[in-house]
Write a protein that binds this ligand. Sequence first.
Ligand code: AMP
Length: 296
Amino acid sequence: MTLVILDIFYYMFIHKSADLLHIELQKQRSQGNKIGFVPTMGALHAGHRSLLERARAENDTVVCSIFVNPTQFDDKADLDKYPSTIDSDMEMLRSVNVDYLYYPEVEDVYPNGEASDDIDLAGLDLIHEGALRSGHFQGVAQVVKRFFEIVQPTSAYFGQKDFQQTAVIGQLIKLCEFDTKMVVCPIVREPHGLAMSSRNERLSPVERDKASFIYKSLLKLKERCFFKPLSEALTTTIKYLKSIEDASLEYLICVDGDTLQEVNDLYDSDYVVALTVVKYGGVRLLDNIILKKPKV
Ligand code: AMP
């Protein structure tokens, strides 16, 4: 198997081997280069592009990984259905001038088999989304830990779209004392408001338009909670989401943005985020909105 390919038209190196990529990036670091890293599972869209562009703007060297990580899928059918669009993904990476693509096989990421020891994620992996998807955040933390050890990025870029994931990665960075800054990028949305996701491909065009009710209801919640108690605003929004035909609300909760503990009042925390998952058109759609954030 060829382990490194140079895409001669765009000077993007495609690595299949963690060891070779690691050596190459060590050279970059020794020259004082800042390394920006964007981990993805491919099927890239404008949301991913925003992370790649930010990494490009803030670093000397940009590394992207495309790896559909089996350990984070609690549902095997979901893993089997995960879309793969490598040709158009490479087009996007070239257009953003990404320097290195890490595109490994499972054996290269987990040479000793899948890690079995749990990482101490301070319980952030067990609540909300984690309670519904057993082992999901352990799988995410394991693969990100492995990637950070290979790439040793100066900064790593993640989307606010997966809000709980950013809290989990923050804990991982603290626990493992990685010398990496996590940069959280805003949610990129489709024209009607649905948060972009590789899974949106499974919706029909009509469903994609209609699914904008999720974001609209979050905006309405934000508006309401500034003139009504949060619990009342939340109840009204939950009632509305439950009334939508063909949709099933999995959860809508307000949490502290750092600890992910539920808050019942806007005054309970300086940083309040509403997290939701709605199943619509057979697809679990995640979204969130920041209701209150401390000024930095
Ligand atoms: P994925 O390929 O789904 O694992 O996503 C890779 C990264 O892209 C994660 O950090 C996601 O949070 C981020 N991402 C996915 N969708 C969006 C979006 N609509 N806006 C911003 N970031 C996103």
